[in-house]
Design a protein around this ligand. Structure first.
Ligand code: HEM
Length: 396
């Protein structure tokens, strides 16, 4: 019998595509780690994501808040990501009130200034790790601005986000690790609480003030709900965008003719962004729990089991996309790299804007980029995928 596909093996991390193809041949099967059930075809992935009554997100309420966090708590466990309708519907309406096109548009000029400064630094240095030099600081700046945190805290955001994400994925191996996770969570919440108190006293034209003022059917966000949403923004909005920006660099550095074309025709940039979200899906999977036995693709999924919903595989499904493995600029078919259904990414317009500005700036200021590090090293996170380190040389 063939070995099951292992979603955390180095081979999978380096190039998931052949594994996805194998999974889609037998579209509901168990994978490693843990013998988890995986769904891999576009149609089935879409079905799971649009049926929260059968595939619930509420298991996160327990899994993200284990006993050993008692007294500190993980706000993510109470966030919008951990809700099903109708609770989710109410929360989404409230936060959408504040997280608007206007909130995002207000950031555009500052994101562009930041992207220009980072590009200048890269040009000055010549060779850099693109992750540290650009792909991380740009979204860290954006999340920091959204949460109202002061600039000195930006370097902390990645650490906090990594810690929060690790909670669901692993049982700590040592008391030191437990202490580390607890202190990071406490620290993040302390800083965020200070911002909430400040905006309550002195409202501004920003997201937190907007969230504090948001009211739907006479109901406002409570302090714990505000904390939970702030945590969701950090976790959902930082690493995802870091990987997208890095993947855009990989794709355009590997295809210099594409970079040159974008220099001449910047109007094509949004199409490249969409194709890279599809092909390199920074969020490669989402997990749901079955609420009952569910028959899908001729297979009976047991009740109350976690199911890996493979967004990355759905996005390369040849049943849905012609020339699925190629970057096609005039593609019409919609990918699901930003999810599907009620949890569709709230930050998609922001992520699209950030990556558009990033590519506009890099193509305007540089002739191209060369990858200099040999074989790429990939991150090890379970649900998101991108380069861990990305050495590049800028061609001025
Ligand atoms: C390339 C960047 C991004 C990708 C690929 C991405 C992808 C996704 C996906 C697949 C989901 C659905 C998760 C699920 O169904 O379980 C999601 C949800 C979400 N995303 Fe994003 N995201 C990105 C950037 C952002 C940014 C920049 C923000 C905010 C600053 C953000 C905020 C959220 C939130 C709050 C949710 C939860 C929505 C809900 O539960 O109703 N995301 N994202």
């Amino acid at each position: 019998m063939r070995q099951p596909v292992n979603l955390i093996s180095p081979e999978f991390r380096a190039n998931p595509s052949p594994f996805y193809a194998r999974l889609r041949n037998e579209p509901i099967q168990q994978v490693e780690p843990g013998g988890l059930w995986a769904i891999s075809r576009y149609e089935d992935v879409q079905f799971a994501l649009k049926n929260p009554k059968l595939f619930t997100s509420t298991f996160i309420q327990q899994s993200a808040n284990p006993e050993w966090l008692k007294g500190v708590g993980n706000p993510l466990s109470e966030s919008i990501l951990a809700m099903d309708p109708p609770q989710h519907t109410r929360m989404r309406a409230l936060v959408t009130h504040a997280f608007t096109q206007r909130t995002i548009a207000q950031l555009e000029a500052r994101i562009r200034t930041m992207a220009n400064e980072l590009t200048e630094d890269i040009l000055r240095q010549g060779e850099v790790d693109f992750v540290q030099a650009f792909a991380l600081p740009l979204p860290a700046f954006v999340i920091g601005e959204l949460l109202g945190l002061s600039a000195e805290l930006r370097p902390k955001l990645r650490q906090w986000s990594d810690v929060i994400v690790s909670i669901a994925a692993s049982v700590p191996e040592s008391p030191e690790r437990i202490a580390y996770v607890r202190s990071n969570l406490a620290e993040f919440q302390t800083f965020l609480r200070e911002v909430f108190e400040d905006r309550k006293a002195r409202p501004r034209e920003d997201l937190i003030s907007g969230l504090l003022a948001a009211e739907v059917e006479g109901r406002r966000l409570t302090d714990p709900e505000l904390m939970a949403f702030g945590t969701a923004l950090l976790v959902a909005g930082l690493e995802t965008t870091v990987h997208l920006l890095s993947q855009l660099m990989v794709r355009t550095a590997q295809a210099p003719e594409l970079f040159t074309r974008l220099r001449a025709e910047p109007a094509l940039i949004p199409a490249v962004v969409e194709e890279v979200v599809r092909l390199d899906s920074p969020v490669l999977l989402s997990v749901r729990l079955t609420t009952q036995e569910v028959e899908l693709g001729g297979v009976k999924l047991p009740a109350h089991v976690p199911v890996v919903v493979l967004i990355g595989s759905a996005n390369r499904d040849e049943r849905q996309f012609e020339r699925a493995e190629e970057l096609v600029l005039d593609r019409r078919t919609q990918h699901i790299g930003f999810g599907y259904g009620v949890h569709f990414c709230l930050g998609a317009p922001l992520a699209r804007m950030e990556s558009r500005i990033a590519l506009e700036t890099l193509t305007a200021r540089c002739q191209g980029f060369a990858l200099t590090g040999g074989e790429l090293k990939w991150n090890t996170g379970f649900g998101v995928r991108g380069p861990a380190v990305l050495p590049v040389r800028a061609i001025p």
